[in-house]
Each structure stands twice: as structure tokens, then as C-alpha cells.
Design a protein around this ligand. Structure first.
Ligand code: GLA
Length: 644
């Protein structure tokens, strides 16, 4: 597919292998005496509650449409189209400036200067150019405004651009436009002076400017010892990266007295952010950059699809901005474009349009405007879809909505038609009662009992809203409410490559090099309705269609929305390689122990737990390996449910 050359620079973006600092992943009994025991109950919800992201953000971003060649006319043109086409009314609110806006950092006072010739409204007369008129205008139009920066001294376009379009100008020091060393000053400028409401913080500056890099040895940029190593899982300095984000958090709350900000983490799944991003930011990128290629969309989708437990109101998985409108997702490829949008909706991904809306044809605008899918994405319960059927060709995703309905997507990943059967069991609904389906593309209504066959065209995603009688009539399985479960500690001690992520040929490298080998991307983390290694849940030969799979030495926080009972069967999962070591289980309610199950080994029968949790706000489910530290021992909370 022909691409504009500027795409190359964009696509240079980064192989998101993971960096994982050995010291941060130790098992509890490796902790120094002075460190708090991560398995000790806290009685609180530890995922990020700052900022403003109860629902996944919706809006528009400049990057996929314009890369660095952004200007005010292009931005306002798309913003105006969002109003004129009715998309604003449907919830698209953020208008985000990505890379390419900055001119330089003035060295006398370290103030950032913007590229005024591209943003004419910024010339307010005397004094420095300011984004305030632009954000005022966007606010008056009913929008919120987003800005872009980097954790390091330099930005991603400075690292990877093949040309110099709208790159920062001036001396080496003047071109150091990133946050490093200037966090509070810059955040204050962005939010207090300029009035932005959203910031995306990229990470190329702490990754691509090592001493030996040509961009450094040539004298163009100053060296910064990388804190993220894309090639080695163990060579990222996780505490240092977290510390930078923590400083950004502090500045954001200091300079946003109304709390109306949104922090977007963009380190592509590296530095083990897959485990801690939800504790620090409102959205967190799970993969390298999306490109307008079907195969790349699969990679980005796969990087988020098995992570529903790591997304909650306030902190969402971000598989990157939408590329509907270009390449494999343009108006000649409506099947693909619809799939991309429907999947992002099901994943509770941010819905950030990346198209030049001034030129976007109506059929694509209709996709962005699909009210049924927007409602699925923006559903108040905040549950990311869970995989009900998994294969290389077909995925069936099910998302539990606030009113008890389910959204279900049947996604044909392949190139041949698929005959699929949707069952009541996929929906966790009774198979002896009728289930009503509403097709979210056509509006067509239908009913079925037990199972319903479909033929799914290549690359097509059928998506429905389903209503029926629930299998668990008096409550919700925890795996139906992943938005209320937070794996505060997930027990991963040894990063292992994830075999489930589609390995595309990257557009920016083609077949140069050795191809895309499996990467660590959180493999071993807690899973809904599967073990941490994507096996069926089973304890001593008893299979569980519902439940939470985690590793021992984990602590899961669970919000209780007014339920009175907690029930589960616990034990070491049959998939454990280790038959010698045992795990014990403790359930806490608001910090107090409610149940303790003594050590169980693989093959020992599950132990039932049934607890009165009336009035308990936060449950904590702890599984602790007995004996050997760092044991990666899969345990299961079979059928775990909150009930009335
Ligand atoms: C990185 C990010 C992209 C985009 C570019 C800008 O590649 O992952 O989303 O922001 O930088 O240079």
C-alpha cells in the first residue's frame, strides 16, 4: 500500500517490548524488612482515581491524520466537522494536539515556545505566543483540549523522523522540549496558562538517546541514559519511570484545582507498565503504534484483549488511536473499518478519531457515529469485554453492561468466511429461555434459544446487544465485572513472552531484521475465565467456566456494589507445573480477614468459600504461595461471584 513518506517517521514508533525491573517484581518474602508486604490488605482501591476518566475518553487526535504537520486550520476543521456531523453530541469531546506543535525551549527562562506560524490565534500581541485563544475557542465549541509531551528531553519525532517537518528548532538545548527537568514548569504552562485538559506523555526521550546513538554522537542531541530498554525485559528502570510519572501526577493535581485533567501514558507496554499503568494514569498504551494495516490492528487489539482485569473506571487500556479512514480501514474497506471500531468499543479503548474529518466520507462518519457501539464503549459499569471463545480465527467477546444486558462481538480475524455458533453459555445465560439480540450495525431484532448459527464474512465483526435470563440469577461472576476487579499485585515474577499476540510485519521495517518474535506483554497476569496462561480454569479435575485465574502471591481488589454474599471455589489450578508447593487463600473485607483457607496443592479438591459481605466496600482476594519465593503457581478463584 503506498504511503506518504511522513508516515515513515510516524511509524518509526517503537517496538514495545517490555522493560521489567527485576527489583520491582520480587515475591513478597523477598521484600526487604522495611517494605510493606504487598499482599497485606489495604482496605482500599489502589487503581488511579485522579483526573477525569470515569469512562474511556472520546475525541480526535492529530497524529494519524497529519503526523507532525499539524496546524490550527486542520485541527479546527476537524473539530468543526465533529460538531456539524453530530458526532460532538454523541460524545466526542477531546481535541488533541500530538507531536509537532513546539518550536523550542527558550533557554533564558526555560519556557516552551509554540510554533506560532502554524497556530495564528496564538499571536496575542505583545508577549509570548499562547495556546490560550485556541483552547478558549475549543472550550466555547464545547470541547476539551489535549496537548502532547515526552518524559525525556526530546520527543518521538526527534528520535524517529526521517525529515524535519515541524521538528523543534535551534541549539541542542533549545530543542530539548520534553518534560525532563521541567515537569512542574511545563505542566503549569499547559494546564494553568494555556488551559489544556488532557496530556499524552510519550517516552522516546527516555529510550532513544543513549550515548552511542547516531543522533547523539552526531551532536544533534544530548545523551540521556535510557530508562526503557525495548530489547531487554530486565533492563528497564521501572522505579525511575514510575517516579517521573508520579511527579507528573503531582504537578497535574497542583495545577488543576478542579481535577479536570486526563493523563495518557504512552510507553507502548514497555517498562512493565502493563502492571502499574492503571495505578498512575487514566489511559495506558498496551502496544507499539497502530498503522493503517489489518495485521497491525490485530497486533494492537491482541495487546489489550486479554487484559480486561487491568481496565477500570479511571484507568483504561489504550491499544492506540483509531485508524478508521486510512489504508485498510478507508471507505473502500468498510468491513475492516467497522471491525476496527467495534473492537475498540468492546475493549473500552479510548475512541480517538485519527482521520482528517474535513475529507472523511459519510459511510466512515456513520461508523464513528454508531450510537449503539458508543453506548457499549461508554457503558457506566466500565467492564472491558472478556473472551468467551478464543482461537486464531474467531474471537467471541462478551461485555457485561450496567443494566445486565451483554454486548457480544463475533470477530472473524481471517481471510475466509467462518461458520460460528453463538451459545447461551458464551453469554452466561440460560439455554432454556429465549435470548433477544439487537444487531448494532443494522438494528435488526432476533431471538434464539440455546444457540444461534452465523456466517461471518472475512474480517467481519458481528456485534449485538443481548438480553436473556442470566445463568447466575442472583448476582454477577467477578469475570462479568472486570471493571470492579483490580489486580493490585498479580504475582508475575518472571516475564515470559506472550504467544497470543499477532505478530505483524511492521510497516516501518518490513522484513529487515529477524521478524517479530514474541514479546513479554504481561503474560502470566490475572485473567477472566482463564488461567494466567490462557488455559481453562480447573481445580482437581473440576472445570470452571467462570472465575478468575491468577498466580499465587497475588492480591486482587474487588469493589462491592451492594452485594450481600461472596462465593468462590479456590485451589491451585490443574495447569500448575509445580505439584509440590502449596498456596493459601485469604479473603479480606475492608481490610479485615473474613476467611482463611489453609495451604492447598495441585490436585487437592477446591475449597468452597461463602461469605456474608453486607456493607463491605472493598474485598481483597489474596493467594499466597507457601515456601519458595517467586513461585509462578496458577491458582483459581473458580465461579467467584458477588450475589444478593
Ligand atoms: C510515538 C507515539 C505515537 C505518536 C508519536 C509522535 O510514536 O506512540 O502515538 O504520539 O510518538 O511522534
Amino acid at each position: 500500500m503506498p504511503r506518504p513518506s511522513r508516515l515513515l517517521l510516524a511509524l518509526a514508533a517503537l517496538c514495545a517490548t517490555t522493560g521489567l525491573h527485576a527489583q520491582t517484581l520480587h515475591a513478597p518474602n523477598l521484600h526487604a524488612q522495611t517494605e510493606p508486604d504487598p499482599l497485606a490488605p489495604t482496605g482500599r482501591w489502589s487503581a488511579y482515581q485522579g483526573g477525569h476518566a470515569d469512562l474511556p475518553p472520546m475525541g480526535w487526535s492529530s497524529w494519524n491524520a497529519f503526523f507532525t504537520e499539524l496546524d490550527e486550520e486542520k485541527l479546527l476543521g476537524s473539530a468543526q466537522r465533529i460538531i456539524d456531523t453530530g458526532l460532538a453530541q454523541k460524545g466526542y469531546r477531546y481535541i488533541n494536539i500530538d507531536d509537532g506543535w513546539w518550536l523550542k525551549r527558550r533557554t533564558s527562562d526555560n519556557r516552551l515556545l509554540l510554533r506560532a506560524e502554524k497556530f495564528p490565534s496564538s499571536r496575542t500581541g505583545a508577549g509570548d505566543a499562547s495556546f490560550r485563544p485556541l483552547t478558549d475557542r475549543l472550550h466555547a465549541m464545547g470541547f476539551k483540549a489535549g496537548i502532547y509531551s515526552d518524559l525525556g528531553r526530546n520527543s518521538c519525532s526527534q528520535a524517529y523522523s526521517t525529515g524535519d517537518a515541524q521538528l523543534p528548532e535551534g541549539t541542542v538545548a533549545e530543542r530539548e522540549v520534553g518534560l525532563y527537568g521541567h515537569i512542574d514548569q511545563d505542566i503549569r504552562l499547559f494546564f494553568t496558562d494555556w488551559g489544556f485538559d488532557f496530556i499524552k506523555v510519550d517516552g522516546c526521550g527516555i529510550r532513544a538517546f543513549a550515548d552511542g546513538e547516531e543522533r547523539v554522537t552526531s551532536g544533534r542531541y544530548r545523551a540521556l541514559a535510557p530508562l526503557i530498554d525495548q530489547a531487554s525485559v530486565t533492563r528497564s528502570d521501572v522505579p525511575a519511570v514510575k517516579q517521573l510519572f508520579a511527579q507528573i501526577n503531582q504537578s497535574l493535581s497542583r495545577h488543576n484545582s478542579d481535577g479536570d485533567y486526563l493523563l495518557s501514558l504512552c510507553i507502548w507496554g514497555s517498562a512493565n507498565v502493563r502492571a502499574w499503568g492503571k495505578d498512575i494514569g487514566n489511559i495506558s498504551r498496551t502496544s507499539d503504534d497502530i498503522t493503517p494495516d489489518w495485521s497491525r490492528m490485530l497486533t494492537n487489539y491482541d495487546s489489550a484483549v486479554r487484559r480486561p482485569l487491568y481496565a477500570q473506571p479511571g484507568a483504561w487500556n489504550d491499544p492506540d488511536m483509531l485508524f478508521v479512514g486510512a489504508g485498510d480501514f478507508d471507505a473502500q474497506h468498510l468491513t475492516e473499518a467497522r471491525s476496527h471500531f467495534a473492537l475498540w468499543a468492546m475493549l473500552n479503548a479510548p475512541l480517538l478519531i485519527g482521520a482528517d474529518l474535513r475529507k472523511t466520507p459519510q459511510p466512515l462518519l456513520d461508523i464513528f457515529g454508531n450510537a449503539g457501539l458508543i453506548a457499549v464503549n461508554q457503558d457506566a459499569a466500565g467492564n472491558q469485554a472478556v473472551l468467551a471463545f478464543d482461537s486464531d480465527t474467531l474471537h467471541i467477546l462478551v461485555k457485561t453492561l450496567a443494566n445486565g444486558d451483554k454486548a457480544v462481538a463475533l470477530f472473524n480475524r481471517g481471510v475466509a468466511p467462518v461458520d460460528a455458533v453463538l451459545t447461551a453459555a458464551h453469554l452466561k445465560m440460560r439455554d432454556d429461555r429465549a435470548i433477544a439480540l439487537t444487531d448494532l450495525w443494522t438494528g435488526a431484532q432476533s431471538r434464539f434459544t440455546k444457540e444461534q448459527p452465523f456466517t461471518i464474512a472475512p474480517r467481519q465483526t458481528l456485534v449485538f446487544r443481548a438480553r436473556g435470563d442470566r445463568l447466575l440469577a442472583d448476582g454477577l461472576y467477578l469475570s462479568e465485572q472486570p471493571g470492579s476487579v483490580n489486580p493490585a499485585v498479580d504475582g508475575v515474577t518472571h516475564p515470559e513472552a506472550d504467544p497470543t499476540i499477532y505478530r505483524a510485519i511492521p510497516a516501518w521495517r518490513g522484513s529487515r531484521g529477524i521478524g517479530e518474535r514474541p514479546l513479554y506483554a504481561g503474560w502470566g497476569g490475572a485473567m477472566a475465565d482463564a488461567t494466567p496462561y490462557n488455559q481453562p480454569l480447573a481445580i482437581a479435575g473440576h472445570a470452571y467456566a467462570s472465575g478468575i485465574g491468577a498466580l499465587a502471591n497475588s492480591r486482587l481488589e474487588v469493589r462491592n456494589h451492594g452485594f450481600t454474599r461472596f462465593t468462590a471455589d479456590v485451589g491451585v489450578d490443574d495447569s500448575a507445573r509445580d505439584g509440590d508447593h502449596a498456596a493459601r487463600f485469604i479473603v479480606y473485607g475492608d481490610g479485615r480477614p473474613l476467611a482463611t483457607i489453609p495451604a492447598l496443592r495441585r490436585g487437592e479438591a477446591a475449597r468452597p468459600i461463602a461469605l456474608d459481605v453486607r456493607g463491605v466496600a472493598i474485598l481483597e482476594l489474596v493467594a499466597q504461595a507457601d515456601g519458595v519465593a517467586g513461585e509462578m503457581l496458577p491458582i483459581s478463584w473458580g465461579d467467584a461471584a458477588l450475589r444478593h
